[in-house]
Design a protein around this ligand. Structure first.
Ligand SMILES: Cc1cc2nc3c(=O)[nH]c(=O)nc-3n(C[C@H](O)[C@H](O)[C@H](O)COP(=O)(O)OP(=O)(O)OC[C@H]3O[C@@H](n4cnc5c(N)ncnc54)[C@H](O)[C@@H]3O)c2cc1C
Length: 213
């Protein structure tokens, strides 16, 4: 389970915004569709955006078997995964106190390849379901060949931290007297109206893209 360790995952600035409990960390992970995977190779840091799904205390990642990233991850390198939700722009009376409302997670651990065919099938279903819940009951299931042509790694979270900022700007008492608008501009990530594929059979254009739960 994620736990606080003094060296790697202790938040120093705004400690009051830090959280180390599994519930908070998992909630932030589960509300995200992408993560950024950071690792060091021959002294060069890389940070790569990827889709993911959480399964218990691990994150499932997938890609092409010949991708350098998947190969590196599977070789047991130390990995740092970050997830960020931008919830609002915080506009203060002073430019200095402008800020952002956010929920973020930084997780440390190592990845191992998932080679067992059944486990890979389950991992890829979990990934699809995380991105589009209900989709796997409608779409054709992946064949063994397709699954074998996909690399899957399981990133086990060893330590993690969450940081959350909510609320209004924190202007100084003197600046609160200024005649300048202050507050929060909320930012939401929302799904738009589905756009049917150009070659979709016309009679399917009104079909629900995912099966309601
Ligand atoms: C959307 C967004 C925008 C931000 N913009 C800025 C900015 O412009 N300038 C700036 O200085 N800071 C910014 N931050 C905050 C930044 O992420 C760090 O929290 C901050 O730099 C202070 O880090 P630190 O010195 O406490 O920790 P560090 O010493 O840098 O890190 C120590 C440990 O704290 C944990 N940690 C640090 N930050 C986070 C986090 N955000 N979420 C979860 N765990 C964390 C990690 O486990 C890390 O290993 C932003 C955060 C978000 C989410």
């Amino acid at each position: 389970m994620p736990r606080q360790q003094p060296d790697r995952n202790r938040i120093n600035r705004h400690k009051e915004r830090g959280h180390y409990d599994t519930e908070t960390i998992h909630a932030i992970l589960d509300q995200a569709k992408i993560c950024h995977v950071g690792f060091n190779m021959d002294g060069q840091p890389f940070v790569i955006p990827m889709a993911f799904a959480r399964q218990g205390n691990s994150l499932l990642l997938h890609g092409a078997p010949n991708s350098r990233l998947l190969g590196q991850l599977a070789s047991g390198f130390p990995v740092c995964v970050t997830i960020t939700h931008l919830d609002g722009l915080v506009l203060a009376r002073s430019t200095f106190h402008h800020s952002m409302n956010f929920r973020s997670v930084v997780a440390f651990g190592t990845a191992r390849p998932v080679n067992d065919l059944e486990e890979k099938h389950a991992a890829l279903i979990a990934l699809t379901e995380h991105l589009t819940p209900g989709r796997t009951t409608l779409a054709r299931a992946a064949t063994d060949q397709e699954v074998m042509a996909t690399a899957v790694v399981r990133f086990e979270i060893e330590e993690a931290s969450a940081k959350v900022r909510r609320g209004p700007p924190l202007d100084s008492p003197k600046d609160r007297q200024l005649d300048v608008w202050a507050g929060v501009i909320p930012i939401h990530s929302v799904e738009g109206e589905p756009i049917p594929a150009p070659d979709l059979k016309p009679e399917l254009c009104t079909q629900e893209p995912v099966k309601p739960a």
